[in-house]
Ligand binder design. Sequence first.
Ligand code: ADP
Ligand code: MG
Length: 317
Amino acid sequence: MIQTKHLEKTYRNGFRAVKDLSLHVEKGDIFGFLGPNGAGKTTTIRMLDGLLTPTRGKVLIGGMEVDGHASEIRRMIGVVPESHGYYYWMTAKEYLQYFYALFNHGGSDEKYLRALLAKVGLADKADVPVGQFSRGMKQRLGIAKALVNRPQIIFLDEPTLGLDPRGQREIQQLLFDINKSDGITIFITSHMLKDIEVLCNKVCIIKDGSLVEQGSIRELQEKYRDGYSMLLQTSDNEAAEGLIRKLKKVARVAGEDGQLLIECESGLSDDEVLSVKHELVTAILSNGLDIREMTHKTLSMEDIFFKVTDAEKEGIA
Ligand SMILES: Nc1ncnc2c1ncn2[C@@H]1O[C@H](COP(=O)(O)OP(=O)(O)O)[C@@H](O)[C@H]1O
Ligand SMILES: [Mg+2]
């Protein structure tokens, strides 16, 4: 659905903000484009939207090259930019009407625009001026605006930036819904790892303009996990820690937020992991301690991000 080939951008001052970037986003993906501030996310997304001309390389949207097909591409995509130029005097409905008219040579579709406002949770705000909206409401209106032309793809640049946790959650749910019920492909940039983790099926991590990793979250969890890890809570974690340290094939034990994080040696088979678990449970119970909770720990997006960027530093990735 979205493909870039050796994409590069050098700004007029000679700064190379994006280097040799090849991406592949499939139809129906919620694709997270991740990287620290200044990594080149906004530069890239603007090239995908056709708002910025690449210095080198190509962007294909739905198999069509962006360069030379600007108006066809504009009909296929919706864009929620990093910062919007809102027309503060307009009401929410007028704002959508304005963009609807741009796409449809004038005209209006009251029913459709009302349905869009309802979709983003602003049904009762249709006649309120945008100037009175909170940041979260503006962001949701921006998403409605991006949907006005019934796009197949929407691009969002840091859509949850500056929102409180509730606002972030609302945007995540809205994007999830748009993707699931309308089948819209979503390309989202963020420097907030949590955002990406809950929302995206695929991610790409860039740093200093270059791609460092790309894949599904599951693939990255598999790739970067060293050994099987679990979290354990017992009636006496300190005592348990001492017992677990003595077990074979346990590489590390550490306290973490009132729990014990236990990492097995890497490269163990499923059977070996199972026998470590058995020995661990036996050791704890036979010493008169209780197990309150025991869970398999998967890598968070944050764990992966640090592993990816550290590995790169050491020249592994
Ligand atoms: N118009 C410009 N001219 C020169 N350098 C720029 C311009 N816009 C952005 N940059 C630089 O390019 C790099 C990437 O910026 P950007 O794409 O905005 O990163 P991100 O969105 O990941 O924070 C930064 O170092 C930024 O300072
Ligand atoms: Mg940015």
